[in-house]
Design a protein around this ligand. Structure first.
Ligand SMILES: [Fe+2]
Length: 180
């Protein structure tokens, strides 16, 4: 998984939006905002994913297929929703099986966007309370496993003053040592 600062230039969100020259983001920086990832080859992934799921207590999983063919009429609307800056009250865990896409996560306190270019074999944990957004890449397709503990609270809370004081957001800031 490649991680780099988003260029903030206008244009198609599905393009890489890499700066020239690129500004890569280290694993240590991702650690500091509590974003975690592993690379697990797709061939024979089940055993390794099972082990991580057990260790982190992810008891359930399903598959999500984001493409026009799979989603039909709600495709455009869903994509817009994914790319609106939001947070969740639960971790968002994805293991990419096919296709590609970009998770943009907000670095705090800089408020810069860090772009995470995910591809098959990437297992990504977007922590509860972090502001983020998602877009497909140019091939308009991704298939991923979603892992979760119990009933997932995947309701997106769009960034706002109200969301800024959501307990999950406040707790996230405490976890990374920012704010109260
Ligand atoms: Fe999300």
């Amino acid at each position: 998984m490649r991680a780099y600062y988003y260029d903030n230039l206008p244009g198609d969100q599905r393009l890489p939006h890499d700066c020239v020259p690129s500004k890569p983001v280290s694993k240590e920086t991702l650690d500091s905002i509590n974003v975690k990832y592993w690379t697990i080859p797709v061939e024979g992934y089940e055993t390794k994913i099972d082990a991580i799921a057990k260790e982190r207590n992810y008891k359930n999983r399903d598959q999500i297929n984001v493409s026009k063919a799979a989603m039909g009429d709600i495709y455009e609307e869903k994509l817009k929703g994914f790319f609106a800056e939001h947070m969740h009250e639960d971790e968002e865990i994805r293991y990419i099986l096919e296709g590609n896409g970009f998770f943009d996560v907000r670095e705090t306190p800089s408020d810069a966007w860090i772009r995470l270019a995910v591809e098959p074999g990437d297992l990504l944990v977007v922590p509860a309370g972090i502001y983020h957004r998602f877009t497909l890449g140019e091939n308009n397709f991704i298939r991923a496993l979603r892992l979760f503990q119990d009933e997932p609270k995947w309701v997106p809370h769009n960034r706002s003053e109200t969301t800024d004081i959501n307990p999950s957001r406040v707790n996230y800031l405490k976890t990374i040592g920012v704010g109260a």
